[in-house]
Design a protein around this ligand. Structure first.
Ligand code: FAD
Ligand code: SIN
Length: 529
Protein backbone atom coordinates (compact mmCIF):
# COMPACT_ATOMS: atom_id res chain seq x y z
CA UNK A 1 0.00 0.00 0.00
CA UNK A 2 1.22 3.55 -0.66
CA UNK A 3 0.20 7.14 0.03
CA UNK A 4 1.27 10.37 -1.66
CA UNK A 5 1.65 13.93 -0.39
CA UNK A 6 3.37 17.05 -1.62
CA UNK A 7 4.85 17.54 1.84
CA UNK A 8 5.53 14.76 4.32
CA UNK A 9 6.21 15.69 7.94
CA UNK A 10 7.62 13.10 10.31
CA UNK A 11 6.74 14.16 13.84
CA UNK A 12 4.00 16.23 15.45
CA UNK A 13 5.93 18.38 17.94
CA UNK A 14 6.50 22.13 17.73
CA UNK A 15 8.76 21.88 14.65
CA UNK A 16 6.60 19.50 12.62
CA UNK A 17 3.31 21.28 13.32
CA UNK A 18 4.71 24.77 12.69
CA UNK A 19 6.13 23.68 9.36
CA UNK A 20 2.95 21.80 8.37
CA UNK A 21 0.76 24.85 8.91
CA UNK A 22 3.08 26.95 6.71
CA UNK A 23 3.43 24.53 3.79
CA UNK A 24 -0.26 23.58 3.81
CA UNK A 25 -1.02 26.76 1.88
CA UNK A 26 0.94 25.25 -1.05
CA UNK A 27 -0.06 21.61 -1.31
CA UNK A 28 -1.17 18.46 0.44
CA UNK A 29 0.50 17.64 3.75
CA UNK A 30 0.78 14.31 5.55
CA UNK A 31 1.99 14.33 9.17
CA UNK A 32 2.98 10.94 10.49
CA UNK A 33 3.60 10.46 14.16
CA UNK A 34 4.47 7.33 16.05
CA UNK A 35 2.02 7.60 18.94
CA UNK A 36 -0.88 9.95 19.74
CA UNK A 37 -0.44 13.30 18.06
CA UNK A 38 0.36 15.29 21.23
CA UNK A 39 3.03 12.88 22.48
CA UNK A 40 6.33 14.70 21.98
CA UNK A 41 9.10 16.43 23.93
CA UNK A 42 7.31 19.66 23.13
CA UNK A 43 4.29 18.59 25.13
CA UNK A 44 6.41 18.30 28.30
CA UNK A 45 8.34 21.56 27.95
CA UNK A 46 8.05 23.51 31.16
CA UNK A 47 10.20 26.66 31.44
CA UNK A 48 9.25 28.37 28.19
CA UNK A 49 10.52 30.12 25.08
CA UNK A 50 13.44 32.52 25.35
CA UNK A 51 12.88 35.72 23.42
CA UNK A 52 13.57 39.42 23.74
CA UNK A 53 10.33 41.26 24.50
CA UNK A 54 11.26 43.63 27.29
CA UNK A 55 12.55 47.13 26.56
CA UNK A 56 15.33 46.66 29.12
CA UNK A 57 16.56 43.58 27.23
CA UNK A 58 18.30 43.51 23.83
CA UNK A 59 18.98 41.17 20.92
CA UNK A 60 22.72 41.68 21.54
CA UNK A 61 22.38 40.42 25.09
CA UNK A 62 20.42 37.27 24.07
CA UNK A 63 22.92 36.62 21.27
CA UNK A 64 25.83 37.04 23.67
CA UNK A 65 24.31 34.74 26.30
CA UNK A 66 23.71 32.06 23.64
CA UNK A 67 27.28 32.35 22.32
CA UNK A 68 28.76 32.15 25.82
CA UNK A 69 26.76 29.00 26.63
CA UNK A 70 27.74 27.48 23.26
CA UNK A 71 31.43 27.61 24.25
CA UNK A 72 32.86 28.77 20.93
CA UNK A 73 30.96 26.42 18.63
CA UNK A 74 27.76 28.35 17.84
CA UNK A 75 27.29 29.65 14.31
CA UNK A 76 26.76 33.34 15.00
CA UNK A 77 24.47 33.79 11.97
CA UNK A 78 22.20 30.99 13.18
CA UNK A 79 22.07 32.53 16.65
CA UNK A 80 21.21 35.95 15.22
CA UNK A 81 18.41 34.36 13.21
CA UNK A 82 16.67 32.76 16.19
CA UNK A 83 17.11 35.78 18.40
CA UNK A 84 15.89 38.34 15.86
CA UNK A 85 13.03 36.21 14.50
CA UNK A 86 12.02 35.07 18.00
CA UNK A 87 9.51 37.80 18.87
CA UNK A 88 7.60 37.14 15.62
CA UNK A 89 7.14 33.43 16.24
CA UNK A 90 5.97 34.10 19.79
CA UNK A 91 3.47 36.73 18.58
CA UNK A 92 2.36 34.29 15.91
CA UNK A 93 1.56 31.69 18.60
CA UNK A 94 -0.37 34.31 20.55
CA UNK A 95 -2.30 35.23 17.39
CA UNK A 96 -3.14 31.53 16.98
CA UNK A 97 -4.63 31.55 20.50
CA UNK A 98 -1.74 30.63 22.82
CA UNK A 99 -2.38 31.84 26.33
CA UNK A 100 0.91 32.71 28.02
CA UNK A 101 1.19 33.82 31.64
CA UNK A 102 0.80 37.57 32.05
CA UNK A 103 1.66 40.04 34.78
CA UNK A 104 0.37 43.56 35.26
CA UNK A 105 3.11 44.77 32.86
CA UNK A 106 2.25 42.40 30.02
CA UNK A 107 3.73 38.97 29.36
CA UNK A 108 5.37 37.54 32.47
CA UNK A 109 9.01 36.93 31.57
CA UNK A 110 10.82 34.28 33.61
CA UNK A 111 14.53 33.78 34.23
CA UNK A 112 16.72 30.71 33.63
CA UNK A 113 20.39 29.80 33.93
CA UNK A 114 22.85 31.60 31.64
CA UNK A 115 20.38 34.37 30.72
CA UNK A 116 21.34 37.88 31.74
CA UNK A 117 17.75 39.13 31.57
CA UNK A 118 14.20 37.94 32.22
CA UNK A 119 13.12 36.73 28.78
CA UNK A 120 11.33 33.38 29.14
CA UNK A 121 7.77 33.50 27.81
CA UNK A 122 5.79 30.73 29.47
CA UNK A 123 2.38 29.27 30.23
CA UNK A 124 2.87 28.66 33.97
CA UNK A 125 5.08 25.52 34.02
CA UNK A 126 3.29 23.82 31.11
CA UNK A 127 4.44 25.90 28.16
CA UNK A 128 4.85 22.96 25.78
CA UNK A 129 1.34 21.70 26.40
CA UNK A 130 -0.06 25.10 25.47
CA UNK A 131 1.99 25.23 22.26
CA UNK A 132 0.88 21.74 21.25
CA UNK A 133 -2.73 22.54 22.04
CA UNK A 134 -2.77 25.61 19.84
CA UNK A 135 -0.85 24.11 16.92
CA UNK A 136 -2.81 20.84 16.94
CA UNK A 137 -6.09 22.75 16.95
CA UNK A 138 -5.05 24.68 13.84
CA UNK A 139 -3.79 21.54 12.13
CA UNK A 140 -7.09 19.74 12.80
CA UNK A 141 -8.98 22.55 11.10
CA UNK A 142 -6.80 22.64 7.99
CA UNK A 143 -8.32 20.88 4.98
CA UNK A 144 -4.95 20.20 3.33
CA UNK A 145 -3.42 18.38 6.33
CA UNK A 146 -3.84 14.69 7.15
CA UNK A 147 -2.48 13.42 10.47
CA UNK A 148 -1.61 9.73 10.63
CA UNK A 149 -1.12 8.66 14.24
CA UNK A 150 0.64 5.41 15.17
CA UNK A 151 2.68 5.51 11.99
CA UNK A 152 6.32 4.84 12.70
CA UNK A 153 8.82 6.08 10.10
CA UNK A 154 11.40 3.33 9.63
CA UNK A 155 13.58 4.33 6.69
CA UNK A 156 13.88 7.21 4.24
CA UNK A 157 13.16 6.35 0.60
CA UNK A 158 16.29 7.18 -1.39
CA UNK A 159 18.09 5.83 -4.44
CA UNK A 160 19.60 3.22 -2.10
CA UNK A 161 16.27 1.35 -2.16
CA UNK A 162 16.43 1.32 -5.97
CA UNK A 163 19.71 -0.56 -5.85
CA UNK A 164 22.07 2.41 -6.30
CA UNK A 165 25.18 2.70 -4.19
CA UNK A 166 24.69 5.82 -2.07
CA UNK A 167 27.59 7.28 -0.10
CA UNK A 168 27.97 10.17 2.31
CA UNK A 169 30.10 11.97 -0.29
CA UNK A 170 27.44 11.97 -3.05
CA UNK A 171 25.70 15.22 -3.72
CA UNK A 172 22.89 13.68 -5.74
CA UNK A 173 20.94 11.60 -3.25
CA UNK A 174 17.23 12.42 -3.06
CA UNK A 175 14.54 11.64 -0.53
CA UNK A 176 11.16 10.52 -1.89
CA UNK A 177 9.35 9.86 1.41
CA UNK A 178 9.54 7.03 3.93
CA UNK A 179 8.76 3.41 4.67
CA UNK A 180 6.45 3.60 7.67
CA UNK A 181 5.03 0.94 9.93
CA UNK A 182 1.29 1.38 10.32
CA UNK A 183 1.21 0.10 13.87
CA UNK A 184 -2.52 -0.49 14.22
CA UNK A 185 -2.77 -2.37 10.90
CA UNK A 186 0.63 -4.03 11.40
CA UNK A 187 1.90 -3.40 7.87
CA UNK A 188 4.68 -1.40 6.28
CA UNK A 189 3.50 1.34 3.91
CA UNK A 190 5.33 3.50 1.41
CA UNK A 191 4.56 7.17 1.91
CA UNK A 192 5.74 9.17 -1.10
CA UNK A 193 6.33 12.91 -1.00
CA UNK A 194 8.05 15.63 -2.96
CA UNK A 195 9.70 16.82 0.24
CA UNK A 196 10.12 15.22 3.64
CA UNK A 197 10.70 17.06 6.90
CA UNK A 198 12.33 15.21 9.76
CA UNK A 199 10.89 16.68 12.96
CA UNK A 200 11.38 13.61 15.12
CA UNK A 201 12.84 15.37 18.16
CA UNK A 202 15.54 14.15 20.50
CA UNK A 203 17.17 11.03 21.86
CA UNK A 204 17.04 11.17 25.66
CA UNK A 205 16.03 7.51 25.80
CA UNK A 206 19.57 6.53 24.81
CA UNK A 207 20.30 7.07 28.53
CA UNK A 208 18.93 5.24 31.55
CA UNK A 209 17.74 8.42 33.25
CA UNK A 210 16.16 11.07 31.08
CA UNK A 211 13.58 13.81 31.30
CA UNK A 212 12.34 12.84 27.82
CA UNK A 213 9.17 10.85 27.15
CA UNK A 214 9.61 7.46 25.51
CA UNK A 215 9.19 8.77 21.94
CA UNK A 216 12.69 10.29 22.16
CA UNK A 217 14.70 7.43 20.66
CA UNK A 218 16.79 9.27 18.06
CA UNK A 219 14.82 7.81 15.13
CA UNK A 220 15.30 10.77 12.79
CA UNK A 221 19.04 11.00 13.41
CA UNK A 222 19.49 7.26 12.89
CA UNK A 223 17.35 7.19 9.73
CA UNK A 224 19.19 10.16 8.27
CA UNK A 225 22.57 8.65 9.14
CA UNK A 226 21.65 5.34 7.50
CA UNK A 227 20.49 7.27 4.42
CA UNK A 228 23.97 8.89 4.39
CA UNK A 229 22.99 12.41 5.47
CA UNK A 230 25.57 14.43 7.36
CA UNK A 231 25.31 14.30 11.17
CA UNK A 232 27.36 16.41 13.60
CA UNK A 233 28.16 17.38 17.20
CA UNK A 234 26.58 14.32 18.76
CA UNK A 235 28.89 14.38 21.77
CA UNK A 236 27.09 17.40 23.20
CA UNK A 237 24.41 15.83 25.38
CA UNK A 238 22.80 18.18 27.82
CA UNK A 239 22.03 16.80 31.26
CA UNK A 240 19.37 18.78 33.06
CA UNK A 241 20.58 19.32 36.64
CA UNK A 242 17.26 18.82 38.38
CA UNK A 243 15.17 15.77 37.59
CA UNK A 244 13.19 14.37 40.49
CA UNK A 245 15.24 11.57 42.05
CA UNK A 246 12.36 9.28 42.94
CA UNK A 247 12.16 6.00 41.04
CA UNK A 248 8.41 6.11 40.42
CA UNK A 249 8.68 9.69 39.10
CA UNK A 250 10.64 8.48 36.00
CA UNK A 251 13.04 11.47 36.03
CA UNK A 252 10.24 14.05 36.06
CA UNK A 253 11.77 17.45 35.32
CA UNK A 254 11.83 20.25 37.87
CA UNK A 255 12.19 23.29 35.66
CA UNK A 256 15.19 25.56 35.76
CA UNK A 257 12.62 28.31 36.17
CA UNK A 258 12.28 27.11 39.77
CA UNK A 259 15.92 28.06 40.35
CA UNK A 260 15.21 31.22 38.35
CA UNK A 261 12.55 31.91 40.96
CA UNK A 262 15.06 31.61 43.80
CA UNK A 263 15.44 27.91 44.64
CA UNK A 264 18.71 26.72 46.22
CA UNK A 265 20.66 23.53 45.68
CA UNK A 266 21.83 21.79 48.86
CA UNK A 267 23.93 18.70 49.53
CA UNK A 268 23.04 15.94 51.99
CA UNK A 269 24.39 18.06 54.88
CA UNK A 270 21.97 20.80 53.90
CA UNK A 271 24.79 23.08 52.66
CA UNK A 272 24.51 25.20 49.55
CA UNK A 273 27.45 24.33 47.30
CA UNK A 274 27.17 26.22 44.00
CA UNK A 275 29.48 29.02 45.25
CA UNK A 276 32.30 26.45 45.13
CA UNK A 277 31.84 26.12 41.35
CA UNK A 278 30.55 29.36 39.81
CA UNK A 279 29.82 32.91 40.86
CA UNK A 280 26.41 32.72 39.14
CA UNK A 281 25.49 30.11 41.78
CA UNK A 282 22.30 28.16 40.99
CA UNK A 283 21.82 30.16 37.78
CA UNK A 284 25.10 29.18 36.14
CA UNK A 285 24.62 27.45 32.75
CA UNK A 286 23.38 23.88 32.94
CA UNK A 287 26.62 22.10 32.15
CA UNK A 288 28.29 23.81 35.11
CA UNK A 289 25.42 23.07 37.50
CA UNK A 290 25.14 19.44 36.33
CA UNK A 291 28.90 18.90 36.75
CA UNK A 292 28.84 20.54 40.17
CA UNK A 293 26.08 18.15 41.29
CA UNK A 294 27.95 15.20 39.79
CA UNK A 295 31.07 16.27 41.69
CA UNK A 296 29.17 16.55 44.98
CA UNK A 297 27.59 13.11 44.48
CA UNK A 298 30.93 11.46 43.69
CA UNK A 299 32.82 13.16 46.54
CA UNK A 300 30.13 12.43 49.10
CA UNK A 301 28.95 9.04 47.83
CA UNK A 302 25.38 10.36 47.64
CA UNK A 303 22.68 9.47 45.12
CA UNK A 304 21.05 12.90 44.93
CA UNK A 305 21.19 16.51 46.09
CA UNK A 306 18.23 18.66 47.11
CA UNK A 307 16.31 21.55 45.61
CA UNK A 308 15.01 23.91 48.28
CA UNK A 309 12.31 26.46 47.61
CA UNK A 310 10.78 26.42 51.08
CA UNK A 311 11.69 30.12 51.59
CA UNK A 312 9.15 31.10 48.89
CA UNK A 313 5.50 31.48 49.98
CA UNK A 314 3.36 28.44 49.18
CA UNK A 315 0.82 30.48 47.20
CA UNK A 316 3.60 31.82 45.01
CA UNK A 317 4.99 28.33 44.34
CA UNK A 318 1.57 26.99 43.40
CA UNK A 319 0.79 30.00 41.22
CA UNK A 320 4.02 29.73 39.21
CA UNK A 321 4.60 25.99 39.22
CA UNK A 322 1.25 24.22 39.59
CA UNK A 323 2.25 21.14 37.61
CA UNK A 324 5.60 20.67 39.37
CA UNK A 325 4.03 21.28 42.77
CA UNK A 326 1.33 18.66 42.16
CA UNK A 327 3.70 16.08 40.70
CA UNK A 328 6.01 16.40 43.73
CA UNK A 329 3.04 16.20 46.07
CA UNK A 330 2.02 12.91 44.41
CA UNK A 331 5.36 11.55 45.59
CA UNK A 332 4.94 12.87 49.13
CA UNK A 333 6.95 16.09 48.72
CA UNK A 334 5.26 19.38 49.53
CA UNK A 335 7.65 21.91 47.98
CA UNK A 336 6.47 24.57 50.41
CA UNK A 337 7.90 22.60 53.32
CA UNK A 338 10.16 19.84 51.90
CA UNK A 339 13.30 19.82 49.84
CA UNK A 340 12.99 17.79 46.64
CA UNK A 341 15.66 15.15 45.91
CA UNK A 342 17.10 15.85 42.47
CA UNK A 343 19.72 14.40 40.15
CA UNK A 344 20.92 15.28 36.62
CA UNK A 345 19.26 13.38 33.74
CA UNK A 346 19.79 13.35 29.97
CA UNK A 347 17.65 16.12 28.58
CA UNK A 348 18.64 17.46 25.17
CA UNK A 349 20.90 16.61 22.23
CA UNK A 350 22.67 19.61 20.70
CA UNK A 351 23.93 17.69 17.68
CA UNK A 352 21.90 16.03 14.96
CA UNK A 353 21.25 16.12 11.24
CA UNK A 354 23.25 18.96 9.74
CA UNK A 355 21.13 21.64 8.07
CA UNK A 356 21.69 25.04 6.54
CA UNK A 357 19.75 28.06 7.77
CA UNK A 358 16.67 26.87 5.84
CA UNK A 359 16.49 23.36 7.23
CA UNK A 360 18.05 21.78 4.13
CA UNK A 361 20.06 18.63 4.80
CA UNK A 362 22.76 17.10 2.60
CA UNK A 363 20.03 14.97 0.89
CA UNK A 364 17.85 16.72 -1.71
CA UNK A 365 14.21 16.95 -0.70
CA UNK A 366 15.03 16.10 2.93
CA UNK A 367 14.63 18.88 5.48
CA UNK A 368 15.10 18.75 9.25
CA UNK A 369 13.97 21.09 12.04
CA UNK A 370 13.78 21.08 15.81
CA UNK A 371 15.78 18.89 18.14
CA UNK A 372 16.67 16.35 15.43
CA UNK A 373 18.64 19.00 13.55
CA UNK A 374 22.03 20.60 14.00
CA UNK A 375 21.65 24.17 12.78
CA UNK A 376 24.64 25.63 14.59
CA UNK A 377 22.49 27.53 17.12
CA UNK A 378 23.53 25.62 20.23
CA UNK A 379 27.19 24.90 19.60
CA UNK A 380 28.65 22.90 22.47
CA UNK A 381 25.87 23.71 24.94
CA UNK A 382 22.30 24.92 24.59
CA UNK A 383 21.12 27.94 26.52
CA UNK A 384 17.93 27.21 28.47
CA UNK A 385 14.67 27.68 26.56
CA UNK A 386 16.42 28.25 23.23
CA UNK A 387 15.22 24.94 21.78
CA UNK A 388 11.52 25.69 21.40
CA UNK A 389 12.64 28.98 19.89
CA UNK A 390 14.97 27.21 17.45
CA UNK A 391 12.28 24.66 16.51
CA UNK A 392 9.69 27.38 15.77
CA UNK A 393 12.03 29.69 13.85
CA UNK A 394 13.81 27.06 11.76
CA UNK A 395 10.60 25.15 10.96
CA UNK A 396 9.22 28.38 9.55
CA UNK A 397 12.37 28.94 7.49
CA UNK A 398 12.45 25.32 6.27
CA UNK A 399 8.88 25.75 5.01
CA UNK A 400 10.01 28.58 2.71
CA UNK A 401 12.57 26.45 0.88
CA UNK A 402 10.46 23.29 0.95
CA UNK A 403 7.72 25.15 -0.91
CA UNK A 404 10.23 26.29 -3.54
CA UNK A 405 11.65 22.77 -3.87
CA UNK A 406 8.22 21.18 -4.17
CA UNK A 407 7.26 23.53 -6.96
CA UNK A 408 10.24 22.30 -8.96
CA UNK A 409 9.73 18.54 -8.69
CA UNK A 410 6.96 16.39 -10.15
CA UNK A 411 5.07 13.86 -8.06
CA UNK A 412 6.12 10.99 -10.33
CA UNK A 413 7.72 8.38 -8.26
CA UNK A 414 10.25 5.88 -9.11
CA UNK A 415 8.93 2.44 -8.35
CA UNK A 416 10.21 1.65 -4.90
CA UNK A 417 9.95 -2.00 -3.89
CA UNK A 418 7.48 -3.06 -1.22
CA UNK A 419 9.03 -3.69 2.19
CA UNK A 420 10.17 -7.29 2.54
CA UNK A 421 8.18 -8.34 5.58
CA UNK A 422 8.88 -12.03 5.34
CA UNK A 423 10.65 -12.37 8.73
CA UNK A 424 9.21 -14.42 11.54
CA UNK A 425 8.32 -13.51 15.08
CA UNK A 426 10.17 -15.73 17.49
CA UNK A 427 8.77 -14.74 20.86
CA UNK A 428 11.50 -16.68 22.71
CA UNK A 429 14.07 -14.24 21.38
CA UNK A 430 12.17 -11.06 22.25
CA UNK A 431 13.81 -10.80 25.63
CA UNK A 432 16.88 -9.76 23.64
CA UNK A 433 15.20 -6.46 22.77
CA UNK A 434 14.42 -5.45 26.34
CA UNK A 435 17.69 -6.82 27.72
CA UNK A 436 19.85 -5.08 25.10
CA UNK A 437 17.99 -1.81 25.54
CA UNK A 438 18.66 -1.79 29.26
CA UNK A 439 22.29 -2.77 28.78
CA UNK A 440 22.83 0.01 26.25
CA UNK A 441 21.11 2.65 28.42
CA UNK A 442 23.16 1.60 31.43
CA UNK A 443 26.47 1.66 29.59
CA UNK A 444 25.71 5.10 28.15
CA UNK A 445 24.93 6.35 31.68
CA UNK A 446 28.10 4.80 33.13
CA UNK A 447 30.61 5.55 30.37
CA UNK A 448 29.26 8.39 28.25
CA UNK A 449 27.62 10.58 30.89
CA UNK A 450 28.51 13.97 32.36
CA UNK A 451 32.20 13.10 32.91
CA UNK A 452 33.99 10.99 30.29
CA UNK A 453 37.47 9.55 29.69
CA UNK A 454 39.23 7.76 26.83
CA UNK A 455 39.01 4.46 28.69
CA UNK A 456 35.28 4.78 29.34
CA UNK A 457 34.57 5.76 25.75
CA UNK A 458 36.59 2.86 24.35
CA UNK A 459 34.72 0.48 26.63
CA UNK A 460 31.40 1.93 25.53
CA UNK A 461 32.42 1.67 21.89
CA UNK A 462 33.35 -2.03 22.12
CA UNK A 463 30.14 -2.96 23.92
CA UNK A 464 27.94 -0.93 21.61
CA UNK A 465 29.51 -2.68 18.63
CA UNK A 466 28.61 -6.08 20.09
CA UNK A 467 25.05 -4.96 20.75
CA UNK A 468 24.85 -3.57 17.23
CA UNK A 469 25.92 -6.85 15.66
CA UNK A 470 23.51 -8.87 17.77
CA UNK A 471 20.55 -6.60 17.05
CA UNK A 472 21.28 -6.33 13.30
CA UNK A 473 21.31 -10.11 13.05
CA UNK A 474 18.02 -10.27 14.95
CA UNK A 475 16.53 -7.52 12.76
CA UNK A 476 17.40 -9.36 9.56
CA UNK A 477 15.52 -12.48 10.70
CA UNK A 478 12.49 -11.00 12.42
CA UNK A 479 9.42 -9.04 11.44
CA UNK A 480 9.74 -5.36 12.17
CA UNK A 481 8.11 -3.87 15.24
CA UNK A 482 8.34 -0.48 16.95
CA UNK A 483 10.44 -1.71 19.92
CA UNK A 484 12.90 -3.41 17.59
CA UNK A 485 13.21 -0.40 15.25
CA UNK A 486 13.63 1.93 18.23
CA UNK A 487 16.33 -0.28 19.70
CA UNK A 488 18.24 -0.15 16.38
CA UNK A 489 17.89 3.62 16.33
CA UNK A 490 18.99 3.99 19.93
CA UNK A 491 22.07 1.85 19.25
CA UNK A 492 22.87 3.87 16.13
CA UNK A 493 22.46 7.16 18.02
CA UNK A 494 24.62 5.87 20.89
CA UNK A 495 27.29 4.87 18.38
CA UNK A 496 27.25 8.38 16.89
CA UNK A 497 27.50 10.00 20.34
CA UNK A 498 30.46 7.79 21.25
CA UNK A 499 32.20 8.30 17.89
CA UNK A 500 31.91 12.09 18.16
CA UNK A 501 33.02 12.03 21.81
CA UNK A 502 36.07 9.95 20.86
CA UNK A 503 37.02 12.44 18.17
CA UNK A 504 36.99 15.42 20.51
CA UNK A 505 40.27 15.43 22.44
CA UNK A 506 39.43 18.39 24.67
CA UNK A 507 36.73 19.50 27.10
CA UNK A 508 34.24 21.98 25.72
CA UNK A 509 30.68 22.85 26.75
CA UNK A 510 28.78 19.67 27.48
CA UNK A 511 31.68 17.37 26.59
CA UNK A 512 33.94 16.98 29.61
CA UNK A 513 36.73 14.39 29.66
CA UNK A 514 39.23 13.84 32.45
CA UNK A 515 41.95 13.00 29.90
CA UNK A 516 41.75 16.46 28.27
CA UNK A 517 40.25 18.78 30.91
CA UNK A 518 41.17 21.98 29.02
CA UNK A 519 39.52 23.62 26.03
CA UNK A 520 41.80 23.61 23.00
CA UNK A 521 41.27 26.62 20.68
CA UNK A 522 42.46 24.50 17.73
CA UNK A 523 39.47 22.19 18.18
CA UNK A 524 36.82 24.89 17.95
CA UNK A 525 35.05 23.10 15.11
CA UNK A 526 32.12 20.77 14.56
CA UNK A 527 32.53 17.01 14.85
CA UNK A 528 31.02 15.81 11.59
CA UNK A 529 30.46 12.08 11.10
P1 FAD B 1 9.31 16.80 19.63
O1 FAD B 1 8.45 17.81 20.28
O2 FAD B 1 9.97 15.82 20.51
O3 FAD B 1 8.43 16.01 18.57
C1 FAD B 1 8.93 14.86 17.93
C2 FAD B 1 7.80 14.16 17.23
O4 FAD B 1 8.31 13.16 16.37
C3 FAD B 1 6.83 13.46 18.17
O5 FAD B 1 5.53 13.65 17.69
C4 FAD B 1 7.23 11.97 18.03
O6 FAD B 1 6.21 11.08 18.31
C5 FAD B 1 7.59 11.95 16.56
N1 FAD B 1 8.46 10.86 16.14
C6 FAD B 1 9.70 10.56 16.62
N2 FAD B 1 10.19 9.50 15.94
C7 FAD B 1 9.26 9.14 15.03
C8 FAD B 1 9.18 8.12 14.04
N3 FAD B 1 10.15 7.22 13.86
N4 FAD B 1 8.08 8.04 13.27
C9 FAD B 1 7.04 8.92 13.44
N5 FAD B 1 7.06 9.90 14.37
C10 FAD B 1 8.15 10.00 15.14
N6 FAD B 1 12.91 23.52 25.53
C11 FAD B 1 12.70 24.85 25.67
O7 FAD B 1 13.08 25.64 24.81
N7 FAD B 1 12.05 25.29 26.77
C12 FAD B 1 11.60 24.47 27.75
O8 FAD B 1 11.00 24.92 28.70
C13 FAD B 1 11.84 23.09 27.63
N8 FAD B 1 11.44 22.24 28.60
C14 FAD B 1 11.59 20.91 28.39
C15 FAD B 1 11.11 20.02 29.35
C16 FAD B 1 11.19 18.67 29.15
C17 FAD B 1 10.66 17.72 30.18
C18 FAD B 1 11.77 18.17 27.96
C19 FAD B 1 11.86 16.69 27.71
C20 FAD B 1 12.28 19.04 27.02
C21 FAD B 1 12.21 20.41 27.23
N9 FAD B 1 12.68 21.31 26.29
C22 FAD B 1 12.49 22.64 26.46
C23 FAD B 1 13.23 20.85 25.02
C24 FAD B 1 12.13 20.99 23.94
O9 FAD B 1 10.91 20.59 24.49
C25 FAD B 1 12.41 20.15 22.71
O10 FAD B 1 13.72 20.34 22.26
C26 FAD B 1 11.47 20.56 21.60
O11 FAD B 1 10.14 20.50 22.05
C27 FAD B 1 11.65 19.64 20.42
O12 FAD B 1 10.60 19.85 19.52
P2 FAD B 1 10.56 18.98 18.21
O13 FAD B 1 9.36 19.40 17.44
O14 FAD B 1 11.86 19.02 17.53
O15 FAD B 1 10.41 17.47 18.73
C1 SIN C 1 13.33 23.78 32.05
O1 SIN C 1 12.20 24.20 32.20
O2 SIN C 1 14.19 23.76 32.92
C2 SIN C 1 13.70 23.26 30.73
C3 SIN C 1 14.08 24.38 29.87
C4 SIN C 1 14.84 23.91 28.70
O3 SIN C 1 15.17 22.72 28.57
O4 SIN C 1 15.18 24.76 27.88
Amino acid sequence: MSLKFDFLVVGSGSAGLTYALRVAEHGTVGIITKKDRAESNTNYAQGGIATVLDSSDSFESHIQDTLVAGAGLCKTDAVEIIVKEGPDVVHDLIAKGASFTRSEKGLDLGREGGHSANRIVHAADMTGREIERVLLKQVAQHPQITVLEHHFAMELLTEHHLGKLVTRYDNDTHCYGVYALNVLEDRVEKIYAKTTLLATGGAGRVYLHTTNPDIATGDGIAMAYRAKARVANMEFIQFHPTSLAIKEADSFLISEAVRGHGAYLRNSDGERFMHLYDERLELAPRDIVARAIDDQLKKRGDTHVYLDITHIPKTDIIKHFPNIYNECLKHGIDLATNWAPVVPAAHYICGGVVTDFYGRTSIHGLFAAGEVSCTGVHGANRLASNSLLEALVFAKRAALKAVEYTQKVALEHKKFPDWDDSGTINTDEWVLVSHNLLELQQLMADYVGIVRSDLRLERAFRRTKLLYEEVESFYSRNKVSVPLCQLRNIICTAYLIIRCAMKRKESRGLHYTTDYPQTDPNQAKDTVV
